[in-house]
Design a protein around this ligand. Structure first.
Ligand SMILES: *[C@@H]1O[C@H](CO)[C@@H](O)[C@H](O)[C@H]1NC(C)=O
Ligand SMILES: *[C@@H]1O[C@H](CO)[C@@H](O)[C@H](O)[C@H]1NC(C)=O
Ligand SMILES: *[C@@H]1O[C@H](CO)[C@@H](O)[C@H](O)[C@H]1NC(C)=O
Length: 483
């Protein structure tokens, strides 16, 4: 005979088990759903009457699917980091309405005669002024303090840019990003490539003082410029341009090396100060270059890093997603970050920061423009040591989320090695480490012990014309789209 007696102890055990089961169910089922509901509510609140509810459902449905697709090995931690739209966005443009921007606005002309530099100049002025955003109707925009705006500095390498874009298309949460592409070359090939992006809103801006337009005068190379290696007394005799202003090593300006620093600071200023959509934007801006390639958890990682920063490094003003370490151990370092002070050769790839740091850099604009180094990153390290209060402190991801595919490594002899081959290598590495991406936890793993110094200036930035033009970007007397 089997008789069951309910001992007090057994009753207690049953209550415990039941409440544990309930707890587990609540955690794994209810939280994502209720936060999804929360987001919906917020959308209704901020979007007001102008928004079709059906469209919102479609939009959120997509994000939800993106956030969950195919990752069986992921824990629920994924859902706690909001990869969806921000909770209290300051900047909101509803998707699906045809009022997002005037119908008369258009992206770059695909028929313009690109041999006619005057036409390009006019078109660039128009574009910088109008600030047409591709895909704005489709995605809308909601930007808050936890949002990310990506900015790509692009030159003329469409093949590289194409690979970067293909990596971006796979990034989880990319549909909530505003992508800004800053060009210093106007070409139909590049514009078509950007126009073909379908996964997020995209704004193209154009550096107006490009070598393409000014190919035979400053900031391009003027026929009367002094040759790099001419002696100063000979240069003065010859009366070539700015003979009195070689760099600290006695060399004269080489226009092809100056454009990148100009473009870099121009672009930052334009994004933070002139892009109307970003007025008052408080979130992060992530800087990329056209020959980078990114992992699909780059936004996820950046959002995890923001949480770590808030908890463990209140004075960190930059988050760095990439590094150049030869060996990457995702198993050990996938969820580890390191505290450090900014060093150009270590921290210049995949930098993210907010308006706060931009404001500090801007205050050092004179120092940036007058420092005799044509590299923006060495110049920034100089600012960190000599001008920005308390130096630029940062958190960096120990296992890189950004890859430089523009150079194929020291061991490769050939100069034109194949970027697609490099990407295949990176993809293999990422696939092998797939289970370590989207880490459940991200935590600080110590401080970099690297010695800091104010780097010796590399020169190449002695010419007054470069310094004056750089100053002019900050100068209020020039119309914003020309500055
Ligand atoms: C939106 O587009 C439709 C069709 O083109 C048009 O009928 C409608 O008036 C437009 N709405 C607004 C607010 O412009
Ligand atoms: C394009 O512009 C160049 C330079 O102004 C001019 O020589 C050429 O004829 C133009 N081509 C066309 C098709 O208009
Ligand atoms: C703006 O131009 C003036 C001269 O016109 C110059 O003295 C000043 O330094 C410039 N401002 C900045 C921020 O560079």
């Amino acid at each position: 005979m089997f008789r069951m007696r309910l001992h007090p102890r057994r009753a207690l055990r049953i209550v415990l088990v039941v409440s544990m089961v309930l707890f587990v169910i609540l955690n794994f089922q209810m939280i994502p759903d209720s936060s999804e509901e929360q987001r919906l509510r917020n959308h209704h609140m901020v979007a007001g009457g102008g928004l079709a509810v059906e469209d919102m459902h479609v939009q959120l449905g997509n994000s939800q699917r993106n956030a969950r697709h195919g990752d069986d090995h992921k824990s629920d931690a994924d859902f706690r980091v909001s990869l969806s739209r921000p909770v209290h966005p300051k900047i909101v443009i509803a998707a699906g309405s045809n009022q997002t921007q005037p119908a008369s606005l258009q992206g770059p002309s695909l028929t313009l005669n690109t041999s006619n530099l005057e036409e390009i100049k006019q078109e660039i002025q128009r574009l910088n002024k109008e600030q047409y955003v591709h895909n704005l109707d489709k995605f809308g925009l909601a930007l808050g303090s936890e949002s990310i705006v990506m900015v790509i500095q692009a030159h003329n390498r469409a093949d590289h840019l194409k690979l970067l874009i293909s990596s971006l298309s796979k990034v989880r949460g990319i549909d909530n990003v505003l992508l800004v592409v800053s060009h210093d070359v106007y070409s139909h090939e590049l514009n078509e490539l950007i126009g073909s992006i379908t996964f997020c809103p995209v704004l193209q801006i154009f550096f107006p003082h490009s070598q393409q337009i000014y190919h035979n005068r400053f900031p391009g190379e003027d026929p009367n410029d002094c040759p790099r290696d001419i002696k100063k007394d000979q240069a003065v005799l010859k009366q070539c341009n700015n003979a009195g202003h070689p760099d600290k090593y006695g060399h004269y300006r080489e226009s092809k090396y100056c454009q990148t620093k100009h473009h870099w600071i121009w672009k930052l200023r334009f994004v933070f100060e002139e892009v109307r959509l970003l007025e008052g934007y408080e979130g992060h801006v992530l800087l990329l270059e056209d020959d980078y390639y990114v992992s699909e958890d780059i936004l996820f990682s950046l959002q995890m890093m923001q949480n770590v920063r808030n908890k463990d490094c209140a004075d960190c003003r930059m988050l760095v997603l990439g590094n150049y370490d030869k060996s990457q151990n995702y198993k050990v370092n996938g969820g580890k970050v390191e505290r450090a002070y900014w060093i150009s050769s270590k921290h210049n790839m995949g930098m993210a920061f907010t308006r706060n740091l931009w404001t500090e850099i801007k205050k050092c604009g004179k120092e940036f423009c007058d420092h005799d180094d044509y590299n923006w990153d060495w110049t920034l390290q100089h600012l960190s040591m000599k001008c920005v209060p308390n130096k630029i402190r940062l958190l960096k991801m120990k296992a890189t989320r950004v890859f430089h595919i523009g150079e194929c490594g020291m061991h490769t002899k050939s100069k034109n090695c194949d970027p697609a081959a490099k990407v295949r290598q990176v993809e293999t590495q990422l696939t092998q480490n797939r289970q370590y991406l989207f880490p459940n936890t991200v935590a600080v793993d110590g401080d970099s012990r690297f010695k800091l110094r104010d780097p010796k200036a590399n020169g190449g930035w002695g010419d007054n014309r470069d310094r004056n033009m750089c100053h002019s970007f900050f100068n209020k007397s020039i119309p914003p789209f020309l500055r």
